[in-house]
Design a protein around this ligand. Structure first.
Ligand code: PEP
Ligand code: MG
Length: 401
């Protein structure tokens, strides 16, 4: 459990020096939903990952030892930065980074990432009383695209609502916000705001390999409507003689069971899928991803979640569209072999985890991944699957466990 906590800290981009007491502090603040203060702190990259923190009362000496071991491992793995993410039998895996701010792009590069698979653009909206202007959007996006030049940068359109609401909406909470007006639903009801962001993304698209991704799609109408609005914005830019990439790739996140179950239909109208396992797990298992009381149920290793991921992978392959996983599962060493074995070749990770995941990839063959996947597919319980995945990962990267 301690390993899990320390890894979580690193996934959250919380610096090495931070001790679990602080992690508890941040987590509790988050739980109390004090978003306003929370987002004013520098170290707030906390993704809502449920942890039962009562297990983590340890001595400082014990923490120091674990922390030292992890830092040593991190230094060792940083040497992999320029090495490719190749399996032992030569299969190339693409490792991208998940970011929230332009200055994190550099970290992705330093850690060996090959582009941005998920730019969480909603962070521009938080912690401020007014909406960002088109120019503010554009400047933030252009800065990132320039860092990556010809390498992909996937901008996810704003994913506001649920746990990430603007200052104005903070005072009008919905009774059931994760099932409410969030994400693409919110954008489709706030077209001026949505169009402003799309204009900025399109303007930045001439600077590199920019892609657009819509979050939380639940049905084909939403996708068609979002694409129609994108075309409207393109027409506006045409009229104003503003340049953009007309062939920009447009993808969607697969984060709801309905999207996973209708992936073959959605695939016809989209260039790529990115599986958001954080929300997909939450919605499949009906478990609030930020609620500690039910955190033991929250696991992507649940057979129901894995079945959906497999289905989406098969449908994406059949339709010959792009596919990646960008939820936290992709950043967990335990899941790498399974995802590869299912046929996933692109992972978008929290930047500090890129070297560790690359090390796992470089230590295995695809045949081993397939074998592991076949075994897992035959298992019935989350406990059995997660135990099996953990012991397989421990054999490959013992230093991390
Ligand atoms: C996800 O849901 O898996 C995801 C990547 O999006 P977010 O964590 O920002 O909701
Ligand atoms: Mg999500």
């Amino acid at each position: 459990d301690l390993h899990r906590l320390i890894r979580r800290q690193r996934q959250m981009c919380i610096r090495d020096s931070l001790c679990p007491v602080l992690a508890v502090h941040y987590h509790q603040k988050y739980q109390r939903n004090e978003q306003h203060e929370y987002h004013q702190e520098k170290e707030y990259h906390l993704r809502p990952i449920p942890l039962d923190l009562s297990h983590f009362i340890i001595s400082f000496r014990e923490y120091e030892k674990y922390s030292r071991d992890f830092v040593a491992l991190e230094h060792k793995l940083d040497a992999l930065q320029t090495k490719p993410a190749l399996t032992r039998d030569g299969v190339r895996i693409t490792l991208l980074g998940n970011i929230e701010f332009p200055d994190e792009a550099q970290v992705v590069l330093e850690k060996g990432g090959e582009g941005i698979g998920l730019y969480r653009t909603e962070f521009l909206y938080l912690n401020r009383p007014n909406e960002p202007t088109e120019e503010e959007h554009y400047q933030a996006y252009a800065e990132t695209v320039r860092v990556f030049r010809e390498r992909p940068v996937v901008f996810r359109t704003v994913d506001l609502g649920a746990d990430k609401y603007t200052q104005s909406r903070r005072w009008a909470p919905e009774p059931n916000p994760f099932l409410g007006l969030r994400s693409i639903r919110y954008c489709l009801k706030n077209l001026t705001m949505f169009k402003r962001q799309l204009r900025a993304i399109l303007r930045a698209s001439v600077l590199g390999q920019v892609k657009i991704m819509f979050p939380l799609i639940t049905n084909i109408q939403e996708l068609m409507q979002a694409k129609m609005i994108l075309h409207d914005v393109m027409e506006d830019l045409d009229e104003e003689s503003i340049r953009y990439n007309r062939d920009i790739e447009v993808g969607i996140m697969i984060e709801t069971p309905s999207a996973a179950l209708t992936a073959s239909t959605l695939a016809r109208d989209t260039d790529f899928f990115s599986i958001g396992t954080n929300d997909l797990t939450q919605y499949t298992l009906a478990v609030d991803r930020g609620n500690e009381l039910v955190s033991t149920l929250y696991s992507a290793a649940d057979p129901a979640v894995l079945r959906l991921i497999r289905m989406v992978t098969q449908d994406a392959h059949k339709a010959q569209i792009g596919l990646s996983v960008c939820g936290e599962t992709a950043s967990e060493p335990e899941y790498v072999m399974l995802l590869l074995g299912m046929g996933i070749r692109t992972l978008s990770l929290t930047p500090p985890m890129i070297p560790e995941i690359k090390q796992v990839i470089r230590s295995v063959t695809l045949e081993e991944c397939h074998k592991l996947t076949r075994k897992v597919v035959g298992m019935n319980s989350e406990r059995q699957i997660s135990g099996y995945l953990r012991s397989a990962a421990r054999k490959i990267l013992p230093e991390a466990y």
